[in-house]
Ligand binder design. Sequence first.
Ligand code: PHE
Length: 436
Amino acid sequence: MERRGVKELERWSSRLVFVLAAIGSAVGIGNIWRFPMVVGQNGGGAYLIPYFLAVVGLAIPLMILEMAVGRHWRRNLVASFGRAGKRFEIVGWLICLIVLLILSYYLVIMGWTLAYMLFSLLGSTVTFSSFTSSLEPLACFLISVLATGLIVSLGVNMGIERTVSIMIPFAFLILVALVLFCVRLPGFHPGMDFFLRPDYSILSRPGVWSAAIGQAFFSLSVGMGILITYGAYLEDDMDIPQSALIITFSDLLAAMLAGIAIFSLVFTFGLEPAAGAELAFTTLPRAFELMPYGQIFSVAFFALLFSAALTSSISMMEMNVAAIMGQTGASRKRASIFLMILLVALGTPSALSYSSQDLRFFGSRILDLLDATVGTIGLPIAALLVAITFRWLIDDDILAGQVHLSERWLRALRTLTKYVIPAALLLITAAMIMEL
Ligand code: PHE
């Protein structure tokens, strides 16, 4: 008997909106503040070698596999895992939990970007330390949960499509405008020198290779079943490998453009290139303060971060909503409300860890702790479970049925997804666990 919910699965209304939604999932905080810094600190242009290899050899093949699995059965993630046997559904739920935990703190950071967008609109300069010694981060987190939940509760066509069709072109527009301005700044050349000058000695460090793989998967939102979920809404005539290339190219482009803009600014104003939250919420606001029309740039930059974060959080939420709807028969509205409540419960400790409450666990802020554990190790584990289940446990030739490529390319895709990806992921998961 078919489960309830399966037959009414929604469809993307065009090929373009699917690509926009997948780009929306991929382009996020990871591209804008993480990628440039990781590159700058790990050998500049030389880092791009392991990164491209990870993207081309591992992330793109897995992305193609995920979309193929999604369209093949048109099921949510949990039901797709169930195809390997009922008891494998629990593995699907485990991945849902990993994504939900990542989402819980991603929404906290999205709240910060919202706050800073409003601060810049109002023209007030608020330092990160004074912002995080109030309860505003908690309020902004709750707004982020509400916004994400509301959009997802409206459904694939009315909610997700409409949001990504506005937000993604808007985000790229801001990014291109920022870059056009930044290439003329005096800090452009020293910035690019820091960002891209290759230091090939890093290629012998295994840690750089595993970090590059982790960054590639996180940035492309691959390995967590998000593309299985989005793939289930795909039309049959859509070319999967071609879409994978467009999504990947856009994600790389966004990351490179962000790097160009950020380092030109940092070096023009003689600031220290810093990492993560400090870069976005302390260093760059200082640059905006110093530059002409800084307020406009500041609003634009935080609006960019916010829209990138929102379209990523939507994808993480949709995957969970689809699983709950498909497996319990609950309506989309109920599933969304349930998840919003759950997210408030899961994310509040992270929100409070960067607030006046300064909530810590064994001395670390909860948000950092979650990022270092679930956000870092959970991802390769989830990707490993996806690859093994759909390439080893289920024998159907899903790839050949869904992916129309020449026999040679198909063979390469089969080898990569069956042997190379699991082996690489096993290796980096083991290395990461040993480093803990
Ligand atoms: N890819 C997103 C980013 O770069 C983050 C993300 C991770 C989105 C996992 C969905 C799933 O920020």
